[in-house]
Each structure stands twice: as structure tokens, then as C-alpha cells.
Design a protein. Structure first.
Length: 319
């Protein structure tokens, strides 16, 4: 997949396109022609009346994977096929592990994160995402615990501790040692409560250990295993749409449907160090430049913007 751009159809949401000629150093150089589309897609998932919608997309161990609203994960090629089944909710996020490409996690609408092995084509384990307490677990790099990090900013919390949340997006750090989920969705952020008064999104960051990829039948202790939570915050008034660690793992960016992007310093106890303000609709996708100096974002109304590491709009918005 190196050197290819992969897109899901934003209108009918049932097809996947691959653009192998795309150059990330010169994105305008892509020539979109009829032959380009014919040779590389669109790849339709299913046929006839049984065509699901694509709601998550990524590259895994050399091939394209797509999550759909029928709770399945597809291997996408000239003959797309369901790779794994068995989840009880729509697959809204897929996160391949950066160092172990056969392993990946999915965010599922049933309130759980599932851990998968693409070689075995089976789920290794799952764990629920429940509302906890804003603030830190164990501090990172001896970062000070400050009141600013522990309070909920901008809104009164109404989610109760223990409520089952709907994970929407997820991502590993480039080093593979941290895993973040963001909650939200069209039916709200709390599973089974579409009329819940709090529609905001929650961020949770977990430590990644070997146990995360161990089949649950090998667990020694009784009860459901869960990774160690390092941090949680609920400050987005709407659901989280995208999460992304910077390439060096020092920053975490999270965008939401309230048109904002928050940037957190990982080494300083996830202290918020920037807030990107300027989009006029929900920020659907974000990504860092290779050197981690620029954050790019695009929103529902097709705006593309560029920000520095502290959330300030860059002088050059055409790069």
C-alpha cells in the first residue's frame, strides 16, 4: 500500500477506491481518469440488495480492510469478501498495530473494542469501554498532576461512571505502546441510550501490553480482562470523529463533531496544549505530516486546513 491513496465513497458509501499513482509529496499530481477508476476500483462490498455501507477503512498487512454497518470486516480487492464476522455492532473504527501488522483492533457499536489476528482470522479478545473518571491513571514521565488536567472543560458532566460507551474511532501510537479510543455516534455516545442528555465524546488512552494480544482463553484471572487505562477526558460537546498520535508519539490530536480539534501533550500527562478553531462543520479526518510539525484536517463541508503543533492555523493554507 506504500504510495497509494485509499478512499471510501463519501456519497453512496458502498465502494472503495484505490489510487496507486498518488504521490503524497505532490497530491495534486493525481490524474483521475476513467481508466484509473476502472483499474483500481470501485470495489463493491456485496451484491444485489445486500450491499453494506463502508464506515471505516485502513490498510492492514499489505491489503485494504473495511468495516461496515453490518458488523463485518472486509478484505478489499478485485473480489471483496468478508474477512471476519462475529461483532454485535457496526464496525466504526479499525486500528492496525504499527509493529505487528497481523494484529489490529476494531471499535464496535456494541460498546466494546475487539482485538483481532488477521492471520488466524479470529478475535483474540474484547473489552468494554465504560465511563470512568476524568484525569490520569499512572502518570507518564513523572508529569505533574494538575487541576487543569482533572477538570472537565466547558460543559457539565452528566454521564455516570460505569455507563457503557460507544467507541467510534481508535488508533495506536507509532511506537505501538499506547492505544486511544474516542466515543460517539449517530445514536449518541452511550450504548442503548439514544435519548441520553449528554451527547459529548470521551477520550480514553490505554497502555498496550503483551496481554492485549493474548487469546482470552489463556487468561489466568477470572472476569473480563481490560487494559490499564492511563487517562480519560470528556470535554467534547459532540462525538469524537478522529484520533491520531503524532509520528514521534509526543502529541495526541482528536477532532469532534463540534468543529474543533484538541491537541494533548502525551509526556506531560496529556495536558491540552492546543485547540484548533476555524472549521465551520464537523472535522471528520485528521493526520500529521511525516515530520510531525503540521496537522492536516478536513471537515464535512470539504474544508481542508493546516495547523501547527499548538493548534494555530499555519500561514500557508495551500501546502
Amino acid at each position: 500500500m506504500r504510495g497509494a491513496l485509499v478512499t471510501g465513497d463519501g456519497v453512496i458509501r458502498e465502494s472503495v477506491l484505490q489510487w496507486p499513482g498518488w504521490n503524497p509529496e505532490d497530491p495534486d499530481d493525481l490524474q483521475v481518469t476513467e481508466s484509473t477508476v476502472k483499474d483500481t476500483g470501485p470495489f463493491m462490498l456485496g451484491d444485489g440488495d445486500n450491499v453494506p455501507s463502508v464506515i471505516s477503512l485502513d490498510c492492514l498487512d499489505g491489503f485494504i480492510v473495511a468495516g461496515d454497518d453490518s458488523n463485518d470486516i472486509w478484505e478489499v480487492d478485485a473480489d471483496p469478501k468478508v474477512m471476519v464476522e462475529g461483532q454485535s455492532g457496526a464496525v466504526s473504527g479499525i486500528a492496525p498495530h504499527p509493529l505487528r501488522p497481523n494484529l489490529y483492533c476494531t471499535a464496535c457499536g456494541d460498546g466494546s473494542v475487539y482485538v483481532w489476528d488477521s492471520g488466524l482470522r479470529k478475535s483474540l479478545r474484547s473489552f468494554e469501554i465504560r465511563r470512568g473518571r476524568d484525569g490520569h491513571g499512572p502518570r507518564l514521565q513523572n508529569a505533574p498532576r494538575t487541576d487543569d488536567n482533572l477538570k472537565i472543560r466547558g460543559k457539565k458532566p452528566v454521564m455516570k461512571a460505569g455507563e457503557l460507551l460507544r467507541p467510534k474511532v481508535c488508533c495506536f501510537s507509532s511506537q505501538g505502546d499506547l492505544f486511544v479510543i474516542g466515543t460517539g455516534g449517530d445514536s449518541g455516545g452511550v450504548v442503548g441510550a439514544p435519548d441520553h442528555p449528554d451527547k459529548g465524546g470521551v477520550l480514553q488512552v490505554f497502555a498496550v501490553t503483551a496481554e492485549m494480544f493474548q487469546p482470552e482463553e489463556l487468561d489466568d484471572d477470572e472476569g473480563q480482562w481490560a487494559p490499564r487505562k492511563l487517562w480519560e477526558v470528556h470535554e467534547a460537546a459532540e462525538g469524537i470523529e478522529a484520533v491520531r498520535f503524532s509520528p514521534d508519539g509526543s502529541l495526541l490530536a482528536a477532532s469532534d463533531r463540534d468543529n474543533f480539534i484538541n491537541i494533548y501533550d502525551v509526556g506531560d500527562g496529556f495536558r491540552r496544549v492546543g485547540k484548533c478553531v476555524g472549521h465551520s462543520s464537523a472535522v471528520l479526518q485528521i493526520d500529521w505530516s511525516v515530520d510531525g510539525k503540521v496537522l492536516m484536517s478536513n471537515s464535512m463541508d470539504h474544508e481542508v486546513k493546516y495547523w501547527d503543533r499548538r493548534g494555530r492555523a499555519t500561514a500557508d493554507q495551500t501546502q
